[in-house]
Design a protein around this ligand. Structure first.
Ligand code: NAD
Length: 378
């Protein structure tokens, strides 16, 4: 008997960094995960016909268009994958939800609390499967951290120290882009959403924040190579103190011009009987300190990722061979397909995307008011 799988057709908008990453993940999913669903890369949209057609050829889509609305409206599209600039997320997602499609949206969910709330309410009213691309949470070692915290292995949690430091905006001749657009731009909104989602995943809700930020490059070229400069109105870096619902006090710093740091999404969680420490720059290692070691045998011990940490074994049967950044996106696609199959929400659904946005908005409000700000959220 031939075992026929149901095929879901992907329509993707945006073919830059994340578009390539989504396409790779959708392509790889079928070969790595045993699923009743098979994925077809059906149609891709970008800003003009030429770029869309070129991207379709290189990324393996059958069709291309410069009209993302037509892509969303295409009855053959089952999953709308949003890998476009932040300011477009709301309009694309609302249209896709209205057409009953599964929506897979890159982080941050949107550019403000109100916008993210509108998207969350629409997706919940329509009951369509949805997921936000907080891919760093898909690392199997992050699940180990979460289990250690939740099971009490670390004792009472007393501190969270998180960081997201990269250097991709260090060069002052880099022009303005959606990343410096006051609507949803800045280091806090861009990479801050990753470390806030990590903090919430590990330690739960955040009720109040206080923060300070700075803009280091106060102007940038309007376009690449242009001599005309325009002021930068968003932050380059920020430090924030977080009050968690649980009573834990923590801190995060975000910095997109962090000299020498290419991908330091890192954290240390401290408990009364142990601690865990992680950095995305060494994403296959977790460092654990446990109380009770004999004298002379103290210090952090290194845990190495392997088949004991599912779904690592889907990628490789041997420990120490390492997962990579793109593999996190493949795991994320497998979780998206799970939500489609089971109808159950993923942790990073649109509601979580909204709550992360509430924390981001409170941090940004505090950088202006200079006071503690309450984090909204319902
Ligand atoms: N999850 C992660 O780790 C991660 C990493 C980087 C970026 N992101 C997010 O992914 C999204 C895209 O970022 P990126 O780094 O890929 O940006 P990018 O600039 O590399 O790519 C954006 C793409 O969208 C296209 N685009 C712009 N306007 C469009 C329109 N009107 N119609 C169709 N296509 C359009 C651009 O031409 C480009 O191909 C952003 O929301 C960003 O925050 C997430």
């Amino acid at each position: 008997m031939i075992n026929v799988k149901k095929t879901l057709h992907v329509g993707m908008i945006g073919s830059g960094f994340m578009g390539k990453c989504h396409a790779n993940a959708f392509r790889a999913f079928g070969g790595l995960f045993d699923s009743p669903i098979s994925i077809e890369l059906y149609k891709i949209a970008d800003i003009n016909d030429e770029l869309a057609a070129q991207s379709a050829r290189t990324l393996g889509f059958e069709h291309s268009t410069s009209d993302w609305k037509a892509l969303v409206d295409d009855p053959l599209v089952d999953i709308v994958s949003i890998a476009a600039p932040n300011a477009l997320h709301e309009e694309i997602a609302l249209r896709a939800i209205d057409r009953g499609k599964t929506v897979y949206c890159e982080k941050p969910l949107s550019v403000s609390t109100e916008s993210a709330r509108k998207m969350m309410l629409a997706v919940e009213a329509a009951g369509v499967a949805n997921l936000v691309g907080f891919n760093f949470l898909r690392n199997p070692l992050i699940a180990v951290c979460r289990d250690m915290i939740a099971s009490g292995k670390l004792g009472e949690i007393i501190s969270f120290k998180g960081r997201h430091a990269e250097n991709y905006m260090l060069n002052e001749s880099l022009p303005h882009s959606f990343r410096t657009d006051p609507a949803g731009g800045g280091a806090v909104a861009d990479i801050g959403s990753h470390i806030v989602s990590m903090a919430r995943y590990l330690l739960g809700g955040i009720s109040e924040v206080t923060a300070r930020s700075r803009t280091i490059h106060r102007s940038r070229p309007v376009t690449l190579g242009s001599a005309e400069l325009a002021p930068v109105e968003v932050d380059d870096l920020a430090h924030a103190i977080l009050q968690f619902d649980s009573g834990v006090v923590g801190s995060i710093d975000v910095n997109w011009m962090s000299t020498g740091r290419s991908m330091d999404l890192s954290f240390e969680v401290t408990g009364t009987r142990g601690a865990v420490s992680f950095s995305q720059e060494r994403m296959n290692e977790l460092h654990i300190w446990e109380a009770g070691k004999s004298a002379g045998y103290g210090g952090f011990k290194k845990i190495e990722t392997g088949p004991d940490h599912p779904p690592y074994g889907n990628f490789c049967p041997a420990a120490g061979h390492h997962l990579g950044f793109n593999d996190l996106k493949v795991i994320e696609v497998s979780e998206l397909i799970d939500t489609v199959l089971t109808g159950k929400s993923n942790f990073t659904d649109f509601r979580e995307g909204y709550r992360v946005q509430c924390a981001i908005d409170a941090i940004l409000r505090s950088t202006k008011s200079g006071h503690w700000e309450k984090v909204a959220g319902d």
